[in-house]
Design a binder for this molecule. Structure first.
Ligand code: OGA
Ligand code: MN
Length: 318
């Protein structure tokens, strides 16, 4: 390409589905002028998930990319491993740089197919990153280093503006003013995190309380914000009893992940960078063929306090 990181070089190719677009003409390894950054923010607000291809970013460049969009935020999952005695740099569950998470299925020697690492090839359930912290990250950047060949690990995204807009009116009315506690006990493969015990009732569920619907600060639109949900006892609606909470969440989860709202990145290549918005999308991953290596480096874009759809304009968000 003749030009890179100029307004003229930017090309947007929508996925054709409910969200997602490839953006060409951008390389985050090179200086990004403010006007180009601002244009990417605009394209991001329009398409929710952006795919940049053919990049080769080291961890510092990945962190610098997060810096363009608001800064980095360390993943909370890191703390659970550190509490369990893992030291930064011991293994790739706790990378040396706090802002980097290595999402991989290989052992510390880079070897694929090791039985002890098999859980890391499991599917990942629908979720929004780090929704189990008080101030969740605005977005995430996932950069592919090694990808399997026809080996699964496809990443799907779901448009949560559409999920909210398309709720039947009675369901919209039912969730008005309600909040959910986002369960921090399990990872997105539904496995207990280190140091966590299986919860026995809602009283054992720890995690922040978020509104079921949030307002996106850039677009001003409402999005359903379900975050994560596992087998009971898990995330629950604080205003409802256990049974009613489970029933309402089941209806909402059904509505939130309909095929019509989704796009799947099903042809990962090394060098791909996906940038998604955790405020208005959820994502999930199909299982990976454990005999093949899959190594991605991720950084979270620093969040701002969640804006509740239930607060009047001008009121302090919770
Ligand atoms: C993540 C995640 C999906 C994938 O890194 O937050 O959900 O495809 N990863 O590995
Ligand atoms: Mn995730």
């Amino acid at each position: 390409m003749a030009e890179i990181n100029t307004m003229a070089a930017i090309e947007v190719i929508p996925s054709g589905d409910a969200l997602g677009a490839e953006v060409r003409g951008v390389d985050f390894a090179r200086p990004v002028p403010d006007e180009v950054r601002d244009r990417i923010v605009q394209i991001w607000a329009e398409h929710l998930v952006l795919l940049f291809r053919g990049l080769s970013l080291d961890d510092d460049q990945l962190l610098a990319t997060a810096g363009l969009f608001g800064g980095q935020q360390a993943a909370k999952s890191r703390d659970f491993f550190i509490q369990a005695g893992v030291k930064p740099g011991d293994n790739d569950r706790v990378a040396t740089r706090p802002g980097i998470s290595i999402i991989s299925n290989v052992d510390s020697q880079g070897k694929a197919g090791v039985a002890a690492e098999a859980d890391r090839s499991l599917s990942l359930k629908w979720h929004s990153d780090n929704s189990y912290v008080e101030v969740p990250p605005t977005g995430s950047l996932l950069h592919a280093h090694v990808v399997p060949v026809n080996g699964g690990g496809e990443t799907s995204f779901s448009n949560q503006y559409l999920a909210y807009e398309n709720l039947p009116d009675d369901l919209k009315a039912e969730i008005e003013g309600k909040h959910c506690v986002h369960d921090d006990h399990r990872n997105t493969s539904a496995k207990l995190r280190p140091t966590k015990q299986p919860p026995k009732s809602r009283h054992d569920i720890t995690g922040p309380k978020h509104p079921l619907v949030r307002v996106h600060p850039v677009t001003g639109k409402r999005a359903l914000y379900l975050g994560r949900h596992y087998e009971w006892p898990s995330s629950y609606i604080v205003e409802l009893c256990d049974e009613d909470s489970e029933a309402l969440l089941a209806r909402l989860w059904d509505a939130a992940t309909r095929d019509a709202f989704n796009w799947t990145h099903d042809d990962w290549r090394a060098g791909d960078l996906l940038m998604w918005d955790n405020r208005c999308t959820m994502h999930a991953r199909s299982p990976v063929d454990h005999s093949q290596a899959r190594v991605m480096h991720r950084t979270l874009i620093k969040g701002d306090p969640v804006i509740s759809a239930w607060e009047k304009a001008g009121a302090v968000a919770e």
